[in-house]
Write a protein that binds this ligand. Structure first.
Ligand SMILES: *[C@@H]1O[C@H](CO)[C@@H](O)[C@H](O)[C@H]1NC(C)=O
Ligand SMILES: *[C@@H]1O[C@H](CO)[C@@H](O)[C@H](O)[C@H]1NC(C)=O
Length: 356
């Protein structure tokens, strides 16, 4: 009996531990969240890091409110853009951070839509540093099935029969990237790394049965958001850092077919060309697909706006100056986000205009 009491008192002690020590919701935070939600619904602005968030915090259209809620290592900042209530949150680098942060945002707050923005590498040789892209589809391109040496495209993958893995999306063959001439007499080239097959994510949508997986590879952004983003394409962007340093080409806003993400910093020209040719992707970066996959499963509309740096992996004169224009790219992505929100708010009017 004494032992049981001791055990129970230990439980009570842990339950009363300060809220900073774990990720469970406690009274004070819950009260702040409840109060915040009375002023929603909000647009959620999900931002990879501070140098992409700061230009928005300083933008004249952003009016901060007093309220800031810190929870589970994330800071949720409140305010308005053009009178629309918004919540800003920084994810940190990579897919895990972006997914967790987006899920927290959607689980804690009344969110009507998500705008994710930042800078990105470029895989599309017809675009330039400073161009701001709005892709229609996003994929996570680093969920892989790495095939054993000796097997090829006609061999079933392990667990393929269960529906765990598939050969539907395609693969990269490492031997195609061999450069040594040592074996050039014995064509075709071979490589022990063999093939990597791209896999769709397992997803569990909010309106599906829990624990019953579905699959998703190309996740579309919200069709309404994408449609109205066409109106951003004429937007004038800043092309100069100062009076003497300007981009070679006038930057533009452009809607593109696809972007792709992975927790991999891509600085390799061969892989960049491969994914461009295989998937027709323009921006390549490390967060958007996680935001997309969470919004897709929670059935919350979202759009992604990413300003391009130079071609990932180099290979052009532009590469040498990419660092000079990173801040300019971040500023331009913020400019497009603010303009997107203006269009979103005035869309009923625009709709009437188009019809009349
Ligand atoms: C391989 O050999 C070809 C033909 O001799 C040559 O053009 C090429 O530069 C060589 N590649 C490497 C990586 O040595
Ligand atoms: C403009 O910016 C470039 C790149 O940061 C710098 O090297 C240059 O000194 C600047 N020029 C002026 C006039 O500020």
């Amino acid at each position: 009996m004494k032992k049981v009491l001791l055990f129970l008192s230990a439980l009570v002690f842990f339950a009363l531990a300060p809220e900073a020590t774990n990720g469970a919701l406690h009274g004070k935070t819950q009260a702040l969240i409840n109060r915040a939600n009375k002023f929603g619904p909000y647009l959620g602005l999900v931002i990879p890091n501070l140098f992409e968030m700061n230009p928005l915090l300083q933008h004249p259209s952003f009016v901060p409110s007093e309220l800031v809620i810190d929870f589970a290592g994330k800071r949720f900042r409140f305010g308005t853009i053009e009178k629309k209530p918004v919540i800003l949150v920084m994810t940190g680098l990579g897919m895990l951070n972006a997914g967790v942060t987006t899920q927290l945002l959607l689980s804690l707050f009344e969110i009507e839509g998500v705008v994710h923005y930042g800078i990105a590498g470029n895989a599309n040789p017809s675009l330039h540093i400073g161009d701001v892209t709005i892709p229609q589809y996003w994929s996570h391109s680093a969920l892989w099935n790495w095939q054993r040496y000796g097997d090829g495209p006609s061999n079933e993958l392990p667990l393929e029969e269960n529906g765990d893995y598939t050969r539907d999306i395609g693969y990269i063959r490492f031997a195609d990237y061999t450069t040594s001439n040592v074996t050039s007499c014995s064509s075709p080239f071979d490589n022990l790394l063999n093939n990597v097959w791209y896999q769709p994510e397992e997803v569990f949508p909010i309106d599906g049965d829990p624990e019953e997986r579905q699959h998703a590879f190309w996740v579309p952004v919200d069709s309404h958001y994408f449609k109205i983003s066409r109106l951003l394409e004429g937007l004038e962007l800043e092309g100069c850092v100062n009076s003497t340093t300007c981009l070679d080409t006038t930057p533009k806003v452009t809607r593109v077919e696809r972007g792709t993400s992975a927790s991999i910093y891509l600085d390799n020209a061969a892989y960049r060309s491969f994914i461009y040719n295989k998937f027709n992707v323009s921006p390549v970066e490390m967060e958007s697909a996680a935001v997309a996959l969470v919004c897709h499963q929670q059935r919350v509309p979202f759009i992604v706006i990413r300003a391009l740096s130079d071609l990932a992996g180099g290979g052009t004169a532009e590469s040498n100056e990419a660092a000079t224009f990173t801040a300019l790219a971040a500023d331009n992505s913020v400019k497009v986000v603010v303009e997107f929100i203006k269009i979103l708010l005035s869309f009923p009017w625009l709709l009437r205009e188009v019809r009349s």
